[in-house]
Design a protein around this ligand. Structure first.
Ligand code: HEC
Length: 116
């Protein structure tokens, strides 16, 4: 008897979970709904957003922009500067313009401008 009622409960659970025929099968479609990791074109962002002050190679220094070829600031400092603007307030905060991934990519890009 106990075994029977257990089966009964199991059957109910299965039905409740949509074992019935009226459930449309929702096999995952093979379309690319989610774009694989978005490509961030750092050079393009650089040319559009940053070049006016830092110059193509990071050493132009318009408006007292930091010389990125000589900067010894670490990644964290750079991410913060890009996101919230420079300490002296000259550089715009890009936190509203670029997303976190882009900001990080830009910070990493500025590290590569460094001259040995
Ligand atoms: C309006 C001019 C201006 C623009 C546009 C600008 N910057 Fe700056 N940037 C500055 C100034 C000024 C400083 C800080 C100078 C200081 O604090 O001594 C700075 C500092 C930085 C620093 C910190 C380096 C250091 O040594 O202090 C990084 C990294 C940086 N900028 C990256 C960028 C990136 C990336 C962009 C584009 C998304 C950008 N900047 C756009 C003016 C600008």
């Amino acid at each position: 008897m106990q075994k029977f009622s257990l089966l009964f409960v199991l059957a109910l659970v299965v039905l409740a979970c949509g074992g019935g025929e009226d459930t449309p099968s929702e096999a995952p479609k093979v379309t690319k709904a989610e774009p694989a990791k978005k490509e961030i074109d750092v050079k393009k962002i650089w040319k559009v957003r940053c070049i006016a002050c830092h110059g193509l190679y990071g050493d132009m220094g318009t408006n007292g922009a930091a010389n990125l070829q000589e900067s010894t600031k670490d990644l964290e400092y750079r991410i913060n500067a890009i996101k919230n603007g420079s300490e002296n307030g000259v550089m715009t905060a890009f936190g509203d313009i670029l997303d976190d991934d882009e900001i990080k990519a830009m910070a990493e890009y500025t590290m590569t401008l460094k001259k040995e």
